[in-house]
Design a protein around this ligand. Structure first.
Ligand SMILES: Nc1ncnc2c1ncn2[C@@H]1O[C@H](COP(=O)(O)OP(=O)(O)O)[C@@H](O)[C@H]1O
Ligand SMILES: Cc1cn([C@H]2C[C@H](O)[C@@H](COP(=O)(O)O)O2)c(=O)[nH]c1=O
Length: 215
């Protein structure tokens, strides 16, 4: 039976790498995939992994109908044996419904990859719809780690290393980068709740307030 599978996790846990591996393994057996993405850091129409691999993809625009795109593709005599959708958190809920219809009516497997929650630990609408509709939700097993060594479960947005909690839900960015620009850092829940990033925890450790009191 074809399935809609949602592979999820924090930023930097290997989702795009897995998407590229699934694509590689299937194309090595002569299958042809339809690859969708939206707002990949590598640019429009790209699916990229931090390991350096990249492939071309169909950039999903606002209001694009993914089911209609596939029907049109197939009716022109072209092939699509499965579907990959990376950065699926950025898709609209209606587009997730269209992916479910691709599974049910076109009988294709759909593998969607995305982060579940945003920098405020709120569900992205696309991810919420995937949790509601997916046949399977798979949490990636390569754990990203918080600076404290615990498993990272949350995504923090940072400016100059300091966690921020105001701003637009969508700001494309990366977990590397220590500049004043907006960046991201993965944290465990405890440190996300306390807004303690690697930089602010280092600063706190150096603060005289936390030095032991001498008699
Ligand atoms: N230099 C490196 N050497 C080995 N593994 C790396 C390196 N850089 C990144 N990675 C791996 O790649 C993962 C990020 O992969 P990626 O697919 O881009 O993540 P995601 O799509 O989930 O944000 C990291 O968690 C890490 O395991
Ligand atoms: C938490 C959070 C992330 N984003 C953006 C930042 C990146 O461009 C992508 C996630 O990509 P990855 O391959 O999983 O690293 O999402 C955002 O726009 N808003 C957020 O709150």
């Amino acid at each position: 039976m074809p399935e809609l599978v949602f592979f999820c996790g924090t930023m930097d846990c290997g989702k795009s790498t897995l998407a590229l591996q699934i694509e590689h393994n299937r194309s090595a057996r002569g299958l042809i995939g339809m690859i969708f993405t939206r707002n990949d850091r590598a640019g429009e129409g790209k699916l990229s992994s931090r390991l350096g691999l990249v492939t071309d993809a169909v950039e999903v625009g606002d209001g694009a109908d993914l089911y209609a795109h596939l029907v049109d593709h197939l009716s022109r005599g072209r092939r699509a044996d499965y579907v990959i959708a990376d950065e699926a958190q950025f898709l609209a809920p209606e587009q997730i419904d269209q992916l479910a219809r691709v599974v049910d009516d076109l009988e294709l497997d759909v593998y969607a990859f995305g982060i579940t929650t945003d920098f405020r630990s709120k569900l992205f609408p696309g991810s919420q719809r995937l949790v509601e509709l997916a046949d399977r939700v798979e949490v990636l097993q390569v754990e990203a780690l918080c600076w404290c060594g615990a498993r990272a479960t949350h995504n923090a947005r940072t400016v100059g290393g300091v966690m921020v909690v105001e701003g637009a839900q969508v700001v494309v960015g990366d977990v590397t980068g220590s500049t004043d620009e907006i960046g991201y850092e993965v944290l465990c829940r405890r440190h996300h709740r306390r807004r303690m990033t690697a930089a602010t925890s280092r600063a706190a450790a150096l603060s005289p307030d936390v030095l032991p009191v001498t008699h």
